[in-house]
Ligand binder design. Structure first.
Ligand code: UDX
Ligand code: ADP
Length: 480
């Protein structure tokens, strides 16, 4: 078996495939990386001369793209060509939670993975290592293997063969480049030792040997789900504690600091916020729940499902607090929403707490002015499923009279944004929001004006000295 690796293909040019292949291409200049995607618009953005047009925002990505693009990193929609020449194919397509049918609401929709496997089966030549990179339910490798092997049986191309490996990606958005450059570990699951070594040789160029772990394929798949489930569980735990802090007079930041000093607990991932978002946490936990239910492990399923339930409750709790503090109604009141991305340093809004919180406030009749430095208005429109104010006025939309409306501001550096606002609600921890001049802002707002800080980023003295009322997540001594 010739495992001389020269050409790499990655199917899916998204938040995982794009940065991962860019890092590999920068570290391995002798290998060719072809990133392919059926979304031609996305590919055009990856190839755009203006780096501000890249489809995703990730600190450090532009620099690496400049170094590698059209040198040994290529973006295209030509799946056939990229697959034919590939020795290794990474599958990095989207795997959202199924909306209908068997397993709806819990299991992942594998239709994009299946379609990718079929493309691989159709065009692959010689021996091809197929690597699951997307987060997938346990035993997906088996599905991929079945598709590839049946293609092999039906094909007259006797020479084709496949090895399927699991190599989950642990990067977090916003720190993807740092995480890829210096991963805590690289996990490779499989049963073909040669293929596993061939894949590990790519990482070995920059990742220390002891960080590369070999496991069986199911352990690798389950480790990825478990890792995300544990992280999400920490956030639901601290968010649950924040609610207790608020009613008892404790401060969740002090509690986090105190428990984080215990080396068994550790200090990371203990920031109470508006509830976790992102494309992975909820989806992966629900995959675990589905798996547990499938095997009759009801208590296990209930345990993990509660992590998601607390998160949903927590997001709802925050919008309810806003309404209560504003004398029980936000109808026709202008509220400034700062941050729509699910965390800072990304333009991704998938499962962002801002979506639920804004929808709830719109439902209560609020008029929202939304700003995010990296998320654009059309993305917000997709997420809220309602046109912004201007388009609503111009169209004959049958918007429910009682619902509020929203508009978008590209900039935050215009004090008029805050004019006549009853509250400012911080939902994403962008650096810009830490530097706001609250004295100037307060002068524009309607007294008694509120700041709701769900990310603990404002300087509390500056806000209070400006005469604003402040609510912070998990702060039992907040203004009444
Ligand atoms: C996560 C995992 O961290 C990563 O390993 C995996 O590959 C993909 O899923 P990501 O979703 O990109 O990464 O971001 P992450 O930093 O984990 O944050 C997820 C959510 O939790 C965000 O909404 C974030 O704001 C929230 N969070 C995180 C908190 O509320 N508090 C914290 O202390 C940490
Ligand atoms: P992730 O965060 O997991 O990277 P994204 O949604 O950002 O997810 O990216 C997944 C990408 O996979 C999308 O750009 C989508 O167009 C692409 N994709 C989905 N199915 C296929 C397919 N069959 N062939 C090629 N690309 C695909």
């Amino acid at each position: 078996m010739d495992l001389n690796i020269k050409n790499i293909c990655c199917i899916g040019a998204g938040y995982v495939g794009g940065p991962t292949m860019t890092m590999m291409a920068s570290k391995c200049p002798d290998l060719i990386f072809n990133v392919v995607d059926i979304n031609e618009k996305r590919i055009a953005s990856w190839n755009h001369k203006d780096l501000l047009e890249l489809p995703i925002f990730e600190p450090g990505l532009e620099e690496l793209i400049t170094k590698t693009r059209n040198r040994n990193l290529f973006f295209s929609s030509n799946l056939k060509k990229a697959i034919e020449s590939a020795d290794i194919i990474f599958i990095s397509v989207n795997t959202p939670t199924k909306k209908k049918g068997l397993g709806a609401g819990k299991s992942s929709d594998l239709k994009w993975v299946e379609a990718s496997a079929r493309e691989v089966a159709k065009y692959a030549r010689g021996h091809t290592i197929v690597v699951e990179k997307s987060t997938l339910p346990v035993r997906t490798a088996e599905v991929i293997e079945k598709i590839l092997n049946s293609a092999k049986r039906n094909s007259k191309r006797e020479e084709i063969s496949f090895s399927v490996l699991s190599n989950p990606e642990f990067l977090a958005e916003g720190t993807a480049i740092k995480d890829l450059e210096n991963p805590d570990r690289v996990l490779i699951g499989g049963n073909n030792k040669n293929a596993m070594i061939a894949l590990s040789n790519i990482y070995r160029v920059w990742v220390p040997e002891e960080k590369i772990l070999f496991t069986n394929i199911w352990s690798s798949e389950l480790a990825k789900l478990t890792s995300n489930a544990f992280l999400a569980q920490r956030i639901s735990s601290i968010n649950a504690i924040s609610a207790i802090c608020e009613v008892t007079g404790a401060d969740v930041r002090e509690v986090s600091r105190a428990i984080g000093k215990d080396s068994r607990i550790g200090s990371k991932f203990l920031d109470s916020g508006p509830g976790f978002g992102g494309s992975c946490f909820k989806k992966d936990i629900l995959n675990l729940v589905y798996l547990a239910e499938y095997f009759g492990l009801t208590e296990v399923a209930n345990f993990w499902e509660s992590v998601v339930k607390i998160n949903n409750w927590h997001q709802k709790r925050i919008s309810e607090i806003v309404v209560k503090k504003l004398f029980g109604t936000v109808s026709n009141k202008k509220l400034v929403i700062l941050g729509f991305a699910f965390k800072a340093n990304t333009n991704d809004t998938r499962e962002s707490a801002a979506i639920t919180i804004c929808k709830n406030l719109l439902n209560e009749g609020a008029n929202l002015l939304i700003h995010d430095p990296k998320v654009n208005a059309s993305q917000i429109k997709n997420d809220l499923n309602i046109n912004p104010k201007k388009s609503v006025e111009n169209s004959n939309s049958s918007l429910n009279e009682k619902s509020g409306n929203w508009e978008f501001s590209k900039t935050i550096h215009n004090i008029e944004l805050f004019k006549d606002a009853y509250a400012v609600i911080i939902l994403t921890e962008w650096e810009d929001f830490k530097k706001l001049n609250w004295t100037d802002i307060a002068k524009k707002m309607v007294a008694p004006a509120w700041v709701f800080d769900s990310r603990s980023i404002v300087n509390i003295d500056e806000v209070r000295d400006a005469g604003l009322s402040l609510w912070r997540i998990g702060d039992g001594l907040e203004d009444q």
